[in-house]
Write a protein that binds this ligand. Structure first.
Ligand SMILES: C[S@@+](CC[C@H](N)C(=O)[O-])C[C@H]1O[C@@H](n2cnc3c(N)ncnc32)[C@H](O)[C@@H]1O
Ligand SMILES: [Zn+2]
Ligand SMILES: [Zn+2]
Length: 746
């Protein structure tokens, strides 16, 4: 197929595709689903560093296109075409990992992004800024032969035959002293410390004997084993720690773990009990940790004490996400690492700072920062058969790990979560994507597995990023501008932006700054263009609150600023979902209070909400709504009575839900509620102030809930995706393959 010529919008004052019910959200949902299976492969540029609640690139590409294309345009076709919206300015006030900014850049827009968190801003600056593959490869080789060698030496031991070998992982257990007999109690929740990630395929597990500390092999469901070293018989599924309490194996006293830690005043000690080594012949072998390993560790402790390395000093602040670590008496971010990790990380950090080139240094520092989440004593073992290390943010809270795993910080060819492996998998994949961006292709009927790539629909990344706003609000075509601070006051001129496309924080989900401080503790050692002289990343203006009033007030402040900077005929488009009704009332007040009117909404597949409260687990939300807003003054619709707006909402939401169901999405009652709530706000927002809109919503809330229950959860006339595709959708053609040389070799 010939590549379509560059397409310019016909003018964006007319009604746009995203304002119409013709917007093909089923198509977008299919893309979103496919992207979400392997996000870091389909959009590696947004995954060079950890960020929370990352959104799917396909959804934001579709939103951007829908926001400029006229309603007559076919998105399914336009999605894979190359565009150049030069001269049109898009702003994301809640930039996060940069999804809107990156997608806008691919389409030729001028992209402005702002986030209150310097950790997010820096990773976007690196991901979209200058990245020279050859210079990075060279710097990596230099690090590898220098500090890499020194770090690898920290993870050398001997195998069962006394031969030198590398350690892949060291296994540690937290310990406390019994408050009655003072005997050491290992806080093993189970004596099985390693199992395969797919135990149904590989049933073998490793057990640590509570009698002698020896390790041996068992079966995944064993309920009784005898230690081959000391003859002790026990149930390996159990350990001395059980929930919040632990039992001393010496005197059988059971005590509360938190209370014992509180009495100590500092976090529990750790005992090294096992290691997984990589032998010279490439075999992986589990071994008990011996006196040689202990002696080595003590040597490294002494070396760290002598080293004078600059290390994090930032203290933990109280908060929803930090509380569990504080309850385990963790007081500073430095305590998240053991001394060998601090030595390895401290050396690596220093070596990176000595690299002469600013952009190479910044990229390496980002890779370093990304490696931190896998190389600390809150990381745990997932088992072989998958990326072996479960990083510390797997839980969205800082859960102190009773059996932490310490990986080899530099890494071997078989490591997971190490600096060298992450450097290659994250940075090089991102560079490859930047040179030849692609979209997820929807498979045709013969290719059921999908996941193909459609190249040629986007401009390659320029690699130029400015940390200043465009002068006088007049941007050169296709530039990227990033800024760090609260978007309640952006410093952008009034009426200077054509579109605001964003993804605001959802009230009381993830507390970004509480978690991001873990990275910032290291970033503070070498300030980035965004870190300034902040003490931490916590800011009173951050939109993240457990109180609906606070959330509404802060979100309204940002939307009010968006209204000021947005041109008269501009659109504000954002994604949202919430299971609780106050999440919707706050949103209604924030949007209307800022002077916007909601003109349409579309359901779209989101990722499973990991942070959903337990009560929602049975009815999980898998949909976001895309909410489309215009300035109130531009909304000429007549005001509807609440009950009429409610009836209208049901009658418009129902076919939308059916469209999704028809192409294979089963929708929970919470999904149906999300769509109904969104649609109600659309129908009711014309002619209403913030208070009136929130009141109208409260007035019909019960009816909306009942209506959501009555709507079906799946379609009876369901076409499989492939059937519907054959009948409705054009065949997807791979538009253009990347030029030779775009693929990365290391
Ligand atoms: C839901 S996340 C955005 C995620 C983004 N769409 C992505 O794909 O990565 C919301 C972001 O808003 C930022 N934020 C919260 N309050 C802010 C404020 N007042 N001004 C600017 N950014 C803010 C948070 O730091 C967070 O990165
Ligand atoms: Zn005891
Ligand atoms: Zn034993």
């Amino acid at each position: 197929m010939k590549i379509s010529p560059l397409k310019k919008p016909s003018g964006i004052t007319d009604r746009r595709l995203i304002e119409s019910d013709e917007f093909p959200f089923e198509f977008v949902s299919r893309l979103a689903e496919m992207e979400s299976w392997r996000k870091e492969v389909h959009r590696p540029i947004y995954h060079i560093h950890k960020w929370w609640a990352m959104r799917l690139g396909s959804v934001f590409r579709a939103i951007l296109l829908g926001s400029v294309l006229p309603e007559t345009e076919d998105l399914k076709d336009a999605f894979y075409r190359k565009h150049d919206f030069a001269g049109i300015i898009v702003f994301d006030p809640f930039m996060g990992s940069g999804t809107t900014v990156g997608e806008a850049h691919k389409l030729g827009f001028t992209a402005l992004g702002r986030d209150i968190n310097p950790v997010a801003c820096e990773s976007v600056r690196v991901a979209l800024g200058p990245l020279d593959r050859d210079a990075l490869r060279q710097a990596f080789a230099q690090l590898s032969s220098g500090v890499g060698e020194r770090i690898r030496a920290l993870y050398r031991t001997t195998d069962g035959d006394g031969q030198p070998c590398d350690v892949l992982y060291y296994f540690w257990v937290k310990t406390l002293l019994c408050p009655v007999c003072s005997k050491r109690v290992d806080l093993f929740p189970s004596c099985i410390f390693a199992r395969n990630a797919y135990p149904e395929r590989k049933r073998e597990v490793r057990v640590c004997c509570p009698g002698c500390g020896g390790i041996f092999t068992g079966e995944v469901n064993d309920s009784y084993v005898e230690c081959p070293h000391c003859g002790h018989g026990f149930n390996p599924q159990e350990g001395p720690a059980n929930g919040a309490s632990a039992t001393c194996l010496g005197c059988h006293h059971t005590f509360a773990i938190a209370k014992a830690i509180h009495a100590r005043g500092h976090p529990p000690d750790h005992r090294l009990f096992a290691k997984l080594v990589l032998t010279a012949s490439g075999r992986k072998v589990y071994l008990p940790a011996g006196p040689e390993d202990e002696r080595a560790y003590h040597r490294f402790m002494e070396e760290l004490a002598r080293s004078g390395l600059p290390l994090p000093t930032l203290e933990l602040e109280d908060g929803y996400n930090t509380r569990q670590a504080l309850n385990y008496a963790y007081r500073s971010w430095r305590e998240f690492f053991n001394d060998r990790q601090l030595l390895a990380l401290g050396w690596l950090h220093q070596a990176i700072l000595e690299l002469p080139d600013e952009s190479v240094r910044a990229a390496m520092l980002t890779a370093f920062s990304g490696a931190l989440e896998f190389n600390n004593m809150f990381a745990s073992y997932k088992g072989e058969g998958t990326g072996a290390i479960r990083h510390m943010f797997a839980h969205h809270i800082l859960k102190p790990e009773r059996m932490p795993v310490e990986g080899n910080v530099w890494g071997t060819s078989k490591s997971s979560g190490s600096f060298s492996t992450l450097f290659k998998s994250r940075l090089f994949r991102a560079i490859e994507y930047r040179n030849a961006p692609f979209e997820v292709a929807i498979p045709d009927a013969r290719e059921r597995n999908g996941g193909k790539r459609a190249f040629g629909g986007s401009l390659p990344f320029t690699g130029a990023v400015s940390t200043l706003w465009p002068p006088n609000g007049r941007a050169a075509p296709r530039t990227i501008h990033l800024s760090c601070g609260s978007s309640a006051a952006t410093g952008l001129p009034a009426n200077s932006v054509d579109l605001v496309v964003t993804d605001p924080p959802f009230f009381d989900n993830v507390h970004y700054s509480e978690l991001a401080d873990f990275f910032f503790a290291w970033q503070k050692l070498e300030p980035t263009p965004f870190s300034g002289n902040r003490a931490s990343t916590r800011q009173p203006e951050e939109v993240q609150d457990t109180s609906p009033e606070q959330f509404e007030r802060k979100l309204r402040a940002v939307f009010t600023e968006c209204r000021r900077v947005l041109r008269r005929e501009g659109l504000l488009v954002f994604t949202y979902h919430h299971s609780r009704s106050d999440g919707w009332t706050s949103l209604a007040e924030a949007v209307a209070g800022a002077g916007f009117s909601l003109v349409n909404c579309h359901p779209v597949k989101s990722e499973m909400s990991v942070a959903a409260p337990k009560s929602q687990a049975k009815e999980p939300i898998q949909l976001d709504v895309i909410l489309v807003c215009r300035k109130q003054t531009m909304d000429l619709r007549a005001k509807q009575e609440s009950n009429d707006a409610m009836r209208l909402a049901v009658s418009r939401a129902e076919p939308k839900l059916q469209r999704l169901q028809k192409c294979g999405f089963d929708l929970s009652v919470n999904d149906r509620r999300v769509v109904l709530f969104g649609q109600f706000l659309v129908e009711a927002s014309a002619g209403r102030s913030a208070i009136q809109l929130a009141d109208a919503l409260s007035f019909v809330m019960t009816d909306l809930d009942l209506a959501a229950l009555r709507l079906p959860d799946k379609s009876e006339h369901r076409e499989t995706f492939y059937q519907s595709k054959q009948s409705e959708e054009p065949q997807l053609v791979l538009l253009e393959r990347p030029a030779k040389g775009c693929r990365t070799k290391l």
